[in-house]
Design a protein around this ligand. Structure first.
Ligand code: H2B
Length: 131
């Protein structure tokens, strides 16, 4: 609806959901766009329910316990490949040998953009496919 809602790949009326996010591409961002506000970020999070919005609404995160260290590394590499394809890069944390933490924010705007949700949905698709 509103012009300030940055949904360039979705159009005015189309729904934001995991499928529409997965078929979208990250847009190169070097600043100059508004970050999603808390209300927008909360709406977008509904499409990526595995992700938690930070208290300052500037990032989303997902944690997962992998079977073992090798599976955690496999997932890290899957995420790295997606990040390189999309040219949008998460903060990745591998702790306690199999606990994977993934954080997404758009550094150029110090907050959330569509890119974070596109990559989050693609990460979910890859990890939850069992690969
Ligand atoms: C032009 C290109 O999109 C930018 O340099 C990218 C690279 N990857 C990035 N990743 C993230 N998470 N935030 C950024 O602002 C960012 N900038």
């Amino acid at each position: 609806m509103s012009e300030s809602n940055p949904k360039p790949n979705f159009g005015e009326d189309s729904a934001i959901n995991a499928v529409s996010l997965c078929t979208s591409k990250c847009v190169p961002c070097e600043g100059g766009i508004p970050k999603l506000d808390r209300v927008q970020a909360t709406q977008w999070c509904r499409a990526t329910p595995s992700w938690t919005l930070s208290s300052d609404a500037n990032r989303i995160s997902r944690t997962m316990k992998c079977k073992n260290f090798a599976e955690a590394l496999t997932h890290l590499n899957q995420i790295a490949a997606l990040a390189e394809t999309e040219q949008h890069h998460p903060d990745l944390h591998l702790t306690g040998y199999r606990n994977l933490g993934i954080e997404l924010t758009t550094h150029a705007i110090d907050g959330l953009s569509m890119n974070d949700f596109v990559l989050a949905a693609k990460i979910d698709q890859a990890l939850d496919a069992g690969g």
